[in-house]
Design a protein around this ligand. Structure first.
Ligand code: TYM
Length: 334
């Protein structure tokens, strides 16, 4: 049976990249009637330093962002990772399945650890095994993510496969990454070769889900572009990463294809396109930030939702991790 699992790190302001690459699609999958499990991966967030008060606030704010984006806690399971201990348990078992050589190929570790990898936490290195545990703990079959997480989902398939092979079982399914739509990789507004990221030091490089209308308009107005008008076809965007990025953002926000957007704006300059994009973004994002603010007024309600979601998640995860121990030969006698 199809089951979706995906997660977001509560490690700072969520961005338009998180919204288009993940949150918006999470709500769509739920509305298609597939079983959906969504997780605020606080244990992933702490692989780099997090101030405790900030982590608490960001976790609740990310939960508010899910709900404001249309994830309905009555129809999806929504919880924070650390409240379900089975994630850490299965991650340890997978640490013993995954090979060092596999981890050494992970590009996100290289990006995040930077030049001085000796100073990175051991958790940052082991992070992809925890992510595999997140997914396989629910026997999830589909993982909606942005382009940047593809390698980690492929590693998850390798771990599932090796575990099944090592123990001669057919226990873990090999999940598929779902990387769909016009905005699977939203780029920085300041540099068309860098991904839009909550950790970019430049706030002008990204749209935050909490930005107000004026800030959104200003950031799009100042977004880096070339001076050419928009082309007649998408092929005309191939050597124009900044222009392509803005077209993709417009397409994803409007539920159009990039080809349709280009057809509508062919021959127009950015003086016309950027204000149209800003208006569209404000129209789509303002209700989300308003709803997030309202939800954040009463965090007891958010905490109640996360607690209930954790109980539902635990009910699925506990038997699966117990079975995994059993397969591996650990005595279960309580
Ligand atoms: P994270 O927190 O970096 O990002 C959350 C989701 O947002 C997507 N995303 C983007 N999509 C398009 N354009 C962008 N600029 C952009 N930036 C981020 C990400 O691809 C992701 O889907 N390791 C994961 C979290 C995780 C997870 C999991 C995901 C932990 N366990 C299990 C799926 C399944 C991460 O760091 O995502």
């Amino acid at each position: 049976t199809p089951r979706i699992f995906s997660g977001i790190q509560p490690s700072g302001n969520l961005t338009l990249g998180n919204y288009l690459g993940a949150l918006k699609r999470f709500a769509q999958k739920q509305d298609e009637g597939i079983e959906t499990i969504y997780c605020l991966v606080d244990m992933h967030a702490i692989t780099v330093w997090q101030d405790p008060e900030a982590l608490r606030r960001q976790t609740r704010e990310a939960a508010a962002a899910f709900i404001a984006s249309g994830v309905d806690p009555k129809r999806s399971i929504l919880f924070n990772q650390s409240q379900v201990g089975a994630h850490a348990e299965l991650a340890w078992l997978f640490n013993c399945t995954a090979r060092l050589g596999w981890m050494n190929r992970m590009t996100q570790f290289k990006d995040k650890a930077g030049k001085n990898a000796e100073k990175a936490s051991l958790g940052l290195y082991a992070y992809p095994a925890l992510m595999a545990a997140d997914i396989l703990l629910y026997h999830a079959t589909m993982v909606p993510v942005g382009e940047d997480q593809k390698q980690h989902v492929e590693l998850t398939r390798d771990i599932a496969n090796k575990f099944n092979h090592d123990f001669g079982v057919d226990f873990f399914p090999e999940p598929e990454p779902l990387i769909e739509g016009a905005a699977t990789r939203v780029m920085s507004l300041r540099d068309g070769s860098k991904k839009m990221s909550k950790s970019d030091p430049s706030d002008a490089s990204r749209i935050n889900l909490t930005d107000d209308a004026d800030t959104i308009a200003k950031k799009f107005r100042k977004a880096r572009t070339d001076a050419e008008p928009l082309p007649e076809t998408v092929e005309g965007l191939s050597e124009r990463p900044e222009a392509r990025n803005l077209v993709n953002i417009y397409a994803a926000l409007a539920d159009m294809t990039a080809a349709q957007v280009v057809a509508e704006f062919a021959g127009k300059g950015f003086g016309d396109f950027k204000p149209a994009l800003a208006d569209l973004a404000v129209e789509k994002l303002a209700p989300i930030s308003t709803e997030m603010k309202r939800l954040m007024d009463d965090v007891t309600e958010i905490d109640r939702i996360l607690g209930h979601g954790a109980e539902q998640a635990d009910a699925i995860a506990r038997p699966i991790v117990e079975k995994t121990y059993d397969i591996m030969g650990m005595v279960r006698s309580r």
